[in-house]
Design a protein around this ligand. Structure first.
Ligand code: SF4
Ligand code: SF4
Length: 440
């Protein structure tokens, strides 16, 4: 088994709720709300208006620059209106409401089988960009950007993230079990796109069956491909930690995986890359775990983008009265939410209903050092938390707050229940505002 990385924590993986639930297609709703901002970067620019007829896979909003991603209609039907909708991360963004005509008719040029062996690196990147693919582990960074490092950055390895280290989530696990071939084909396409000769799939030791299946599938494909079984440790799915765990290469402070010669993609993203290249299918659906003690029938669902979260919770037997907290994503890095008026977007890896939450006020730091031991980035979260608590947000820059990967380990291990990661997000946002102000 390969080694791990500095720090980290061992939360209960809580995979038991949904790990044995095969992937099912969720019903496609009569009305879907498709946000134009489902990625890191500029929101996409709408190209449809009310009463326009659309087909599945048709672009409804174009990428607004290189670091942006196109948005496609997940169904055929009619645009009813353009509205503002609540984003799972809490902000509001524009969206198209589309009435589904039930025909599921694809747009011209979509859903056509293609021989991927003849595609050049440039054609693969173009197909990924046209399909609007973003990091599906939750990061939502546009995938074509990751596949286009500057020429001076030589990439020799693509790592697929099959770690799924966030507790509860099982969408990636089920994908590896049920569709290993498409994941491996997506890996090979990503390797070709960046010119890498080596491919690795990192999988944690709590998924031995997925490891076995992926290992066999990689062996069938031949070449320099391997599955690595990694010790269970949160946050191993973070890029820098995964690169270290698999290759013992360090990404420099402020640097990117490409500075270590690596591109990291989630296994779900690899599947989407294959779908885009082999079938010209834009990203209009994803697999999401609906799980936790707050649902009677936890599930892994293939869901059209724009499906209301409430419909999925009800499908899975939502115990609304017993649920104390809803989280979109995993419990460590996801966003806790106050209502269900949100739709599934490209980055929503899970919908988590928790019935038992600790609700007590935070206390002063007792200087136990647990957060320092746990921080995978080698920061001193206790000190940062005191600066943030006292409103000295900008002073945290000198303490390397920008290296924080927002993994939440410090908050998880803190016996004083200090909301450290939430404070550090505020610090980073205040620093960004100060930078923007200075630039003006
Ligand atoms: S300071 Fe940031 S990187 Fe370190 S444990 Fe806390 S959230 Fe994670
Ligand atoms: S874990 Fe909490 S109490 Fe302990 S040093 Fe860190 S901030 Fe202070």
């Amino acid at each position: 088994m390969s080694g791990a990385f500095r720090g980290g924590a061992h939360p209960d993986d809580a995979k038991k709720y949904s790990k044995d639930a095969p992937i099912h297609d969720a019903p496609v709703p009569v009305e879907l709300t498709i946000p134009f901002s489902q990625h890191i970067g500029k929101p996409a620019s709408p190209v449809v208006k009310p009463l326009d007829e659309v087909k599945r896979g048709q672009v409804i909003a174009e990428a607004a620059g290189f670091v942006s991603a196109a948005v496609h209609s997940p169904v055929s039907g009619k645009v009813l209106k353009i509205v503002q909708t609540l984003h799972p991360m809490g902000m509001v963004c524009d969206a198209a409401v589309i009435q589904n005509d039930g025909a599921d008719a694809w747009a011209e040029g979509c859903n056509i089988e293609t021989d991927t062996s003849t595609l050049s690196a440039e054609q693969i990147k173009a197909a990924v960009q046209a399909a609007g693919i973003v990091g599906m582990g939750g990061a939502t960074f546009p995938t074509h950007v990751k596949l286009s490092p500057p020429p001076e950055k030589k990439i020799d390895v693509v790592i697929l993230n099959g770690v799924e280290c966030e507790p509860y989530l099982t969408a990636d696990y089920r994908l590896m079990l049920e569709s290993p071939a498409t994941v491996v084909k997506g890996l090979l396409l990503a390797m070709k796109a960046v010119g890498a000769a080596r491919g690795i799939v990192g999988i944690e030791a709590n998924k031995p069956d997925a490891f076995k299946i992926m290992k066999a599938e990689l062996a069938k494909a031949g070449g320099n491909l391997e599955a690595q079984l990694l010790p269970v440790m949160y946050p191993q799915g973070a890029e820098k930690q995964l690169i270290y765990a698999c290759l013992k290469r360090e990404v420099p402070s402020g640097g990117l995986p490409m500075d270590a010669g690596v591109v990291v993609q989630n296994v779900g993203t690899a599947h989407a890359i294959y779908e885009a290249c082999a079938f010209k299918r834009p990203l209009t659906e994803r697999i999401t775990s609906v799980t936790g003690p707050g649902v009677e029938r936890p599930a892994n669902l293939r869901v059209r983008i724009g499906t209301p979260v409430r419909a999925l919770l009800e499908l899975c037997g939502f115990k609304e009265k017993e649920t104390k907290k809803l989280i979109y994503g995993g419990p460590m890095m996801g966003a806790a939410h106050y209502n269900t008026d949100v739709v599934v977007n490209k980055g929503m890896s899970g919908i988590l209903a928790l019935t038992d939450v600790i609700d007590e006020p935070y206390r002063d730091c007792i200087r136990c050092g647990r957060c320092v031991d746990g921080c995978p980035m080698g920061l001193v979260p206790s000190e940062l938390s005191i600066l943030a608590e006292t409103g000295r947000y900008l002073d945290t820059k000198d303490k390397d707050v920008l290296d924080c990967i927002e993994c939440g380990v410090c908050t998880y291990v803190c016996p004083a229940r200090r909301p450290i990661v939430q404070w550090l997000k505020v610090c980073k946002s205040e620093l960004a505002k100060a930078r923007a102000q200075a630039a003006k």
